[in-house]
Structure formats: structure tokens, C-alpha cells
Design a protein around this ligand. Structure first.
Ligand code: NI
Length: 183
């Protein structure tokens, strides 16, 4: 089932998300709906607050970023914690399904180590780098209540103010189902 994606200005996108237990109601169905919602919107990642749930869950499928090296790179992160972030910062043009129509370069460190539970609630500790790290850093921010626009310079933010306000009012052009914070 395709779920509406919460848009910039929705308070759920600013919540520090809470961990879940293995008996979380209909978790399998929720994960499958999140993937379906993400693919429908041509995204490479989707976090639970983007479908209105302030829980520590996100899904990614990074294959569209590199169809050879990232083929089948589809993962579920439950109760993720970033235990290390290191290396040089590099710029990458980020976008977000909750902030449609806006893409900006964001600087982040190149390597991360994540501790998380997979979809079977098996604990994983894995290091990632480059583009994969980038997708995970972006989604991880979502469960910490952060958005990529938070990293932009005050000037850039000022320039985007009107467009962000349009998104919040539902005036942005979007070709997937969204939940508008204010009408
Ligand atoms: Ni996002």
C-alpha cells in the first residue's frame, strides 16, 4: 500500500524518534508499505517519520545511484545508532521526498559505522562509505529529527524560504501522494 509522504513543516519530521520492539504491530507490512511508497516516489530511502511515525525505522535501496556496484543494495534499519562518522567531508547533491523540488549540495564525512537491527531483529554492526554512507546519513538524520536543509548556509536558507513555505502549504508540484501539514 502506498502511503502519503509527510511534507516539510510537519512536526513529525522534527521528532527524535523512539526505538521499537520486535512485537511492533504489523511491522512486516509496514516495512513492505515503506518500500512500496519509496519506489512509487522514485526515492532511494524512506524513514518512518516521512509516513507519520516517529519511530527508529528506515529503509533504503541505493541501486538507482549505481546500478552496477549497488545492485540489490536494499536494506532495513531498525533502532539504528551511528557509532562512528569519520573521514574527509565531501559534497553531494541531496534531495528529500519530504522537500520536493529542492536539491542542494551537502557536506558530510565519507565513512560511517552503524549499529542496527535488520528486518529479522538480528543485530548488525557495519561500516559504509561514499554514496551508501550518504543515503544512510540522510535517513539517519530523519530519525533524529533533522533534514538536509538544516546544513545549508543562512543565505541559502533565506533564498529557499519561499519554496519551503510553498511545500508546507501544499503548493509544490509533486507526483506522489503527500500529507500537507497546513492548508
Ligand atoms: Ni529525506
Amino acid at each position: 500500500m502506498i502511503l502519503p509522504i509527510t511534507q516539510y513543516g510537519d512536526t513529525v519530521l522534527r521528532k527524535l524518534c523512539t526505538p521499537i520492539m520486535a512485537d511492533y504491530p504489523n511491522l512486516k507490512e509496514l516495512i513492505s508499505n515503506m518500500f512500496e511508497t519509496m519506489y512509487n516516489a522514485s526515492g532511494v530511502g524512506l524513514a518512518a517519520p516521512q509516513i507519520g511515525l516517529p519511530i527508529r525505522l528506515f529503509v533504503i535501496d541505493a541501486e538507482p545511484l549505481d546500478e552496477i556496484n549497488l545492485k540489490g543494495f536494499k536494506k532495513v534499519f531498525i533502532n539504528a545508532k551511528m557509532i562512528e562518522e569519520k573521514g574527509d567531508k565531501w559534497a553531494y547533491n541531496e534531495g528529500c521526498l519530504s522537500i520536493p523540488g529542492i536539491r542542494e549540495d551537502v557536506n558530510r564525512k565519507e565513512q560511517i559505522t552503524m549499529e542496527y537491527l535488520d528486518e529479522n531483529f538480528v543485530k548488525q554492526t557495519v561500516s559504509y562509505n561514499a554514496k551508501i554512507a550518504r543515503v544512510i546519513q540522510h535517513e539517519y538524520d530523519h530519525i533524529e529529527g533533522k533534514l538536509f536543509v538544516d546544513y545549508l548556509s543562512p543565505l541559502k536558507k533565506e533564498m529557499l524560504k519561499g519554496r519551503l513555505a510553498d511545500i508546507t502549504r501544499g503548493k509544490a508540484e509533486v507526483d506522489y501522494k503527500v500529507k500537507i501539514p497546513r492548508r
